[in-house]
Design a protein around this ligand. Structure first.
Ligand code: CP
Length: 343
């Protein structure tokens, strides 16, 4: 497992060999969803169009189909979550799967059981899909190599949160009708944000331009003067320049729990320089979408008036999480469309 360390972004990127273990690619069924870095645009397109069909199911009076009847989805969360854990559970239930929720507190993890022993127990109990969140970057890759169930990364350290990025892509496309050619600004604490990293891959794979904006201490190390980022994004320290012509502005949570001391002069200074206010939003394109992965620190990275304003799609992001996670569970199941219809 890769231990969480403060600086190097590139260290948390999986090796090609580990990525290959996730499966996917043209004509191959993906076994795991670990990040979006190894997704082809056609695969992302498949998730988004499947999520559209799932949204149709959720709009019915009876929001449930028996597609995954007899299958078991386990959520294994070593870190706190509201949106991700609940929406995966709702998604699994909407598809007729059985669900089991395990959190570190209250499980044998408290008695010292290791991650791998926990996973071997789940394997012995017949889990088909394990949705997991862990504080260590790389933990889901380790689990994926140990279990014959599918693994979905629901957030690992600072590294990745692929289902969040997919629901963000889905939300943007639902509103703007496309992803190609959009200017997407990820604003704030990029350094500690697994959401930023997965969104960066997702949006750029689909042809959008991603701009990372924040104080130098909260941006990837390459922005300190190395030659270019390890990703296809640009960095802008000045928020007015970053927001100019933006189609989408995603404010990121200031992750005070992950901050090493001394990265910011003060929270007040950060709010003054980088908080998303109505005045700053006016620098983006008229009608630009306001997003936030949640949970929000209102009044810090985003003003309440912006978070609840007419341009905000923040609640919709949460709602769309269920349809997108249904799509992931269905696509990992390996069922053909005919099998799913006949289920
Ligand atoms: N966006 C997100 O991961 O939220 P939760 O921590 O509530 O799951």
């Amino acid at each position: 497992m890769i231990e969480q360390r403060p600086a190097p972004y590139t260290d948390v990127a999986p090796s090609a060999a580990v990525s290959a273990a996730a499966g996917g690619g043209p004509g191959r069924r993906r076994r795991h969803v670990l990040d979006l870095d190894d997704y082809a645009p056609a695969e992302i397109e498949e998730v988004l169009s499947t999520a559209e069909a799932m949204r149709g199911i959720l709009a019915r009076p009876i929001k449930k189909v028996p597609t995954l009847r007899g299958r078991t989805v386990v959520t294994l969360f070593y870190e706190a979550s509201t949106r991700t854990r609940v929406s995966f559970e709702m998604a699994a239930k909407a598809l007729g799967a059985d669900t089991v929720n395990i959190s570190a507190s209250g499980s044998s993890v408290e008695k010292g059981e290791s991650l791998l022993d926990t996973v071997r127990t789940l394997r012995a109990l017949g889990a088909d899909t394990v949705v997991m969140r862990h504080k260590s970057a790389g933990a889901p890759y380790l689990v994926a190599s140990e279990i014959n169930a599918s693994v979905i990364n629901a957030g690992d350290g600072w590294h990745a949160h692929p289902s969040q990025a997919l629901l963000d892509l889905f939300t943007v496309r639902s509103h703007l009708g496309r992803l190609d050619g959009l200017k997407v600004v990820l604003l704030g604490d990029v350094l500690h944000s697994r959401v930023a990293r997965s969104n960066l891959w997702g949006f750029t794979h689909m042809g959008a331009q991603v701009v990372l904006c924040g104080p130098p201490t909260l941006l990837p190390p390459a922005s300190f003067g190395c030659d270019g980022l390890p990703w296809p994004a640009t960095v802008e320290y000045r928020v007015d320049r970053a927001l100019e012509g933006a189609d989408v502005v995603m404010a990121l949570r200031l992750q005070t729990e992950r901050q090493a001391a001394g990265l910011l002069p003060s929270v007040r200074e950060y709010v003054h320089q980088y908080g998303l206010t109505e005045e700053r939003l006016a620098m983006a394109k008229p009608g630009a979408l306001v997003m936030h992965p949640g949970p929000m620190n209102e009044g810090i990275e985003i003003d309440t008036a912006v978070a609840r304003g007419v341009q905000s799609v923040i609640e919709e992001q949460v709602t769309n999480g269920v349809a997108v996670r249904m799509a992931l569970l269905y696509l990992l199941s390996g069922l053909s469309a005919d099998q799913a219809r006949g289920a």
